[in-house]
Design a protein around this ligand. Structure first.
Ligand SMILES: [Zn+2]
Length: 255
Protein backbone atom coordinates (compact mmCIF):
# COMPACT_ATOMS: atom_id res chain seq x y z
CA UNK A 1 0.00 0.00 0.00
CA UNK A 2 2.89 2.38 0.58
CA UNK A 3 3.60 2.40 -3.15
CA UNK A 4 0.14 3.58 -4.07
CA UNK A 5 -0.40 7.07 -5.36
CA UNK A 6 -2.53 9.43 -3.32
CA UNK A 7 -5.40 8.89 -5.75
CA UNK A 8 -5.06 5.15 -5.35
CA UNK A 9 -4.87 5.51 -1.61
CA UNK A 10 -8.05 7.56 -1.53
CA UNK A 11 -9.73 4.99 -3.70
CA UNK A 12 -8.70 2.28 -1.28
CA UNK A 13 -9.70 4.20 1.82
CA UNK A 14 -13.07 4.84 0.30
CA UNK A 15 -13.76 1.18 0.91
CA UNK A 16 -14.57 1.83 4.51
CA UNK A 17 -17.12 4.44 3.55
CA UNK A 18 -18.53 2.10 0.93
CA UNK A 19 -18.93 -0.63 3.47
CA UNK A 20 -20.56 1.82 5.85
CA UNK A 21 -22.86 3.28 3.27
CA UNK A 22 -20.67 6.36 2.80
CA UNK A 23 -20.99 7.29 6.43
CA UNK A 24 -17.55 8.53 7.36
CA UNK A 25 -15.34 11.30 6.00
CA UNK A 26 -12.34 9.94 4.16
CA UNK A 27 -8.77 11.00 4.09
CA UNK A 28 -8.52 13.98 1.75
CA UNK A 29 -12.18 14.23 0.82
CA UNK A 30 -14.27 17.26 1.70
CA UNK A 31 -17.73 16.27 0.55
CA UNK A 32 -19.19 13.38 2.50
CA UNK A 33 -22.18 11.62 1.03
CA UNK A 34 -24.83 10.79 3.58
CA UNK A 35 -25.57 7.13 4.18
CA UNK A 36 -28.71 5.83 2.55
CA UNK A 37 -30.09 4.65 5.85
CA UNK A 38 -29.45 4.91 9.56
CA UNK A 39 -26.75 2.48 10.61
CA UNK A 40 -26.30 0.72 13.94
CA UNK A 41 -22.66 0.87 14.94
CA UNK A 42 -21.28 -1.02 17.95
CA UNK A 43 -17.76 -0.53 19.26
CA UNK A 44 -16.65 -3.35 21.57
CA UNK A 45 -13.93 -2.52 24.08
CA UNK A 46 -12.64 -4.46 27.06
CA UNK A 47 -12.63 -1.49 29.44
CA UNK A 48 -14.09 2.00 29.71
CA UNK A 49 -11.71 4.16 27.58
CA UNK A 50 -10.91 1.46 24.96
CA UNK A 51 -13.63 2.32 22.41
CA UNK A 52 -12.88 6.02 22.90
CA UNK A 53 -9.10 5.77 22.47
CA UNK A 54 -9.17 3.30 19.57
CA UNK A 55 -12.24 4.48 17.69
CA UNK A 56 -13.55 7.68 19.30
CA UNK A 57 -12.99 9.92 16.29
CA UNK A 58 -14.87 7.57 14.02
CA UNK A 59 -17.65 7.10 16.59
CA UNK A 60 -18.22 10.86 16.70
CA UNK A 61 -18.32 11.08 12.90
CA UNK A 62 -20.98 8.39 12.71
CA UNK A 63 -23.05 10.12 15.38
CA UNK A 64 -22.68 13.45 13.57
CA UNK A 65 -24.36 11.88 10.57
CA UNK A 66 -27.28 10.59 12.57
CA UNK A 67 -26.23 6.99 12.99
CA UNK A 68 -26.83 5.00 16.15
CA UNK A 69 -23.55 4.44 18.01
CA UNK A 70 -23.10 2.14 21.00
CA UNK A 71 -19.98 1.59 23.11
CA UNK A 72 -20.18 -1.97 24.40
CA UNK A 73 -17.78 -2.36 27.33
CA UNK A 74 -16.95 -5.94 28.25
CA UNK A 75 -16.14 -4.86 31.84
CA UNK A 76 -16.62 -1.78 34.00
CA UNK A 77 -12.88 -1.38 34.64
CA UNK A 78 -13.18 -2.80 38.14
CA UNK A 79 -9.43 -3.35 38.52
CA UNK A 80 -8.38 -0.01 37.10
CA UNK A 81 -8.20 2.31 40.12
CA UNK A 82 -5.57 1.42 42.74
CA UNK A 83 -6.64 1.88 46.35
CA UNK A 84 -10.40 1.63 45.89
CA UNK A 85 -12.66 -1.40 45.96
CA UNK A 86 -13.69 -3.07 42.72
CA UNK A 87 -17.27 -1.98 43.38
CA UNK A 88 -16.22 1.65 43.82
CA UNK A 89 -13.99 1.53 40.76
CA UNK A 90 -16.82 0.06 38.68
CA UNK A 91 -19.13 2.88 39.72
CA UNK A 92 -16.55 5.59 39.04
CA UNK A 93 -15.51 4.21 35.69
CA UNK A 94 -19.09 3.56 34.58
CA UNK A 95 -19.82 7.23 35.27
CA UNK A 96 -16.73 8.24 33.29
CA UNK A 97 -17.87 6.04 30.40
CA UNK A 98 -21.28 7.71 30.46
CA UNK A 99 -19.62 11.16 30.25
CA UNK A 100 -17.35 10.03 27.41
CA UNK A 101 -20.28 8.58 25.49
CA UNK A 102 -22.27 11.80 25.96
CA UNK A 103 -19.40 13.70 24.32
CA UNK A 104 -19.34 11.28 21.39
CA UNK A 105 -23.16 11.06 21.23
CA UNK A 106 -22.93 7.32 21.83
CA UNK A 107 -24.78 5.02 24.20
CA UNK A 108 -22.87 3.04 26.83
CA UNK A 109 -23.67 -0.64 27.34
CA UNK A 110 -21.94 -3.15 29.62
CA UNK A 111 -21.49 -6.86 28.98
CA UNK A 112 -21.06 -7.98 32.57
CA UNK A 113 -17.55 -9.41 32.76
CA UNK A 114 -14.92 -8.43 35.34
CA UNK A 115 -11.80 -6.39 34.57
CA UNK A 116 -8.66 -8.53 34.79
CA UNK A 117 -10.68 -11.70 35.05
CA UNK A 118 -12.47 -11.96 31.70
CA UNK A 119 -13.47 -15.44 30.65
CA UNK A 120 -13.73 -17.28 27.37
CA UNK A 121 -15.89 -20.39 27.55
CA UNK A 122 -19.07 -21.74 26.04
CA UNK A 123 -21.36 -19.85 28.41
CA UNK A 124 -19.50 -16.57 27.92
CA UNK A 125 -19.53 -16.88 24.14
CA UNK A 126 -23.29 -17.46 24.24
CA UNK A 127 -23.88 -14.61 26.69
CA UNK A 128 -21.87 -12.14 24.63
CA UNK A 129 -23.42 -13.19 21.35
CA UNK A 130 -26.90 -12.57 22.76
CA UNK A 131 -25.93 -9.10 23.94
CA UNK A 132 -24.38 -8.18 20.61
CA UNK A 133 -27.16 -9.65 18.49
CA UNK A 134 -29.76 -7.77 20.52
CA UNK A 135 -28.18 -4.60 19.15
CA UNK A 136 -28.72 -5.81 15.56
CA UNK A 137 -25.55 -4.04 14.42
CA UNK A 138 -24.69 -3.24 10.82
CA UNK A 139 -21.03 -2.78 11.69
CA UNK A 140 -18.92 -3.73 14.69
CA UNK A 141 -15.47 -2.52 15.68
CA UNK A 142 -13.38 -4.38 18.24
CA UNK A 143 -9.82 -4.84 19.48
CA UNK A 144 -7.25 -6.44 17.22
CA UNK A 145 -6.63 -9.83 18.87
CA UNK A 146 -2.83 -9.63 19.08
CA UNK A 147 -2.62 -7.49 22.18
CA UNK A 148 -0.66 -7.74 25.41
CA UNK A 149 -3.80 -7.29 27.54
CA UNK A 150 -5.80 -10.45 28.16
CA UNK A 151 -9.08 -8.57 28.44
CA UNK A 152 -8.50 -6.97 25.04
CA UNK A 153 -7.89 -10.39 23.53
CA UNK A 154 -11.05 -11.70 25.19
CA UNK A 155 -13.16 -8.83 23.83
CA UNK A 156 -11.80 -9.44 20.35
CA UNK A 157 -12.41 -13.18 20.37
CA UNK A 158 -15.90 -12.87 21.84
CA UNK A 159 -16.79 -10.45 19.06
CA UNK A 160 -15.20 -12.59 16.38
CA UNK A 161 -17.03 -15.66 17.65
CA UNK A 162 -20.35 -13.79 17.67
CA UNK A 163 -19.71 -12.67 14.08
CA UNK A 164 -18.86 -16.22 12.98
CA UNK A 165 -21.53 -18.15 14.83
CA UNK A 166 -24.18 -15.56 14.00
CA UNK A 167 -23.67 -15.99 10.26
CA UNK A 168 -21.51 -12.89 9.59
CA UNK A 169 -24.50 -10.60 9.59
CA UNK A 170 -22.52 -7.45 10.37
CA UNK A 171 -19.31 -6.02 9.00
CA UNK A 172 -16.34 -6.52 11.29
CA UNK A 173 -13.42 -4.13 11.74
CA UNK A 174 -10.55 -4.14 14.20
CA UNK A 175 -9.07 -1.10 15.95
CA UNK A 176 -5.81 -0.52 17.82
CA UNK A 177 -5.10 0.84 21.29
CA UNK A 178 -1.75 1.80 22.83
CA UNK A 179 0.02 0.72 19.64
CA UNK A 180 3.22 -1.17 20.37
CA UNK A 181 2.56 -1.42 24.10
CA UNK A 182 -0.78 -3.20 23.87
CA UNK A 183 -1.90 -3.73 20.26
CA UNK A 184 0.87 -5.31 18.20
CA UNK A 185 1.60 -6.18 14.54
CA UNK A 186 -1.34 -4.04 13.44
CA UNK A 187 -1.19 -2.84 9.86
CA UNK A 188 -4.35 -0.92 8.86
CA UNK A 189 -6.24 -1.70 5.69
CA UNK A 190 -8.48 1.37 6.05
CA UNK A 191 -8.17 4.88 7.42
CA UNK A 192 -10.68 7.46 8.59
CA UNK A 193 -9.76 11.15 8.61
CA UNK A 194 -10.79 12.38 12.06
CA UNK A 195 -10.00 16.08 11.59
CA UNK A 196 -13.61 17.00 12.35
CA UNK A 197 -13.79 14.93 15.51
CA UNK A 198 -10.32 14.62 17.04
CA UNK A 199 -11.04 17.29 19.65
CA UNK A 200 -14.11 15.39 20.81
CA UNK A 201 -12.09 12.18 20.85
CA UNK A 202 -9.62 13.91 23.15
CA UNK A 203 -12.42 15.21 25.39
CA UNK A 204 -13.93 11.71 25.56
CA UNK A 205 -10.57 10.25 26.55
CA UNK A 206 -10.13 12.95 29.17
CA UNK A 207 -13.54 12.04 30.62
CA UNK A 208 -11.72 8.99 31.98
CA UNK A 209 -10.01 11.08 34.64
CA UNK A 210 -9.24 8.08 36.85
CA UNK A 211 -6.94 6.75 34.13
CA UNK A 212 -4.70 9.85 34.09
CA UNK A 213 -5.23 10.62 30.40
CA UNK A 214 -2.94 13.68 30.31
CA UNK A 215 0.12 11.70 31.28
CA UNK A 216 -0.76 8.16 30.37
CA UNK A 217 -2.90 7.14 27.48
CA UNK A 218 -3.77 10.35 25.59
CA UNK A 219 -0.20 11.29 24.45
CA UNK A 220 0.24 7.79 23.09
CA UNK A 221 -3.02 7.87 21.20
CA UNK A 222 -2.39 11.36 19.91
CA UNK A 223 0.90 10.13 18.45
CA UNK A 224 -0.86 7.07 17.05
CA UNK A 225 -3.47 9.20 15.29
CA UNK A 226 -0.74 11.50 13.91
CA UNK A 227 1.20 8.54 12.59
CA UNK A 228 -1.87 7.01 10.93
CA UNK A 229 -2.54 10.44 9.48
CA UNK A 230 0.97 10.53 8.04
CA UNK A 231 0.38 7.15 6.46
CA UNK A 232 -2.71 8.30 4.59
CA UNK A 233 -1.84 11.96 3.98
CA UNK A 234 -3.93 13.83 6.57
CA UNK A 235 -3.18 15.29 9.99
CA UNK A 236 -5.03 12.83 12.22
CA UNK A 237 -6.54 9.48 11.29
CA UNK A 238 -7.74 6.27 12.84
CA UNK A 239 -6.61 3.03 11.24
CA UNK A 240 -8.64 -0.15 10.98
CA UNK A 241 -8.29 -3.68 9.73
CA UNK A 242 -11.31 -4.86 7.83
CA UNK A 243 -12.25 -8.52 7.85
CA UNK A 244 -12.13 -9.62 4.22
CA UNK A 245 -15.11 -11.95 4.65
CA UNK A 246 -17.58 -9.24 5.55
CA UNK A 247 -21.00 -9.63 4.02
CA UNK A 248 -20.69 -6.29 2.24
CA UNK A 249 -17.26 -7.17 0.91
CA UNK A 250 -16.00 -4.67 -1.62
CA UNK A 251 -13.29 -5.06 -4.20
CA UNK A 252 -10.63 -2.35 -3.81
CA UNK A 253 -10.98 0.53 -6.23
CA UNK A 254 -7.60 1.67 -7.45
CA UNK A 255 -7.88 5.17 -8.84
ZN1 LIG B 1 -8.25 -1.69 27.94
Amino acid sequence: MNKWTRRELLGHSSLLAAALGGAVPLAGESAVPAAARKLKVVVVGAHPDDPESGCGGTMALYADQGHDVTALYLTRGEAGIPGVSMQQAAAMRSAEAARACAILKARPLFAGQIDGDTELNRARYTQFRKILEAETPDIVFTHWPVDTHRDHRAASLLTYDAWLSGGRKFDLYYFEVDQGIQTQIFHPTHYVDIAASVSRKKDACFAHASQHPATDFWPLHEAMDRFRGMECGVKDAEGFIRHCQNVEAQIPTRG
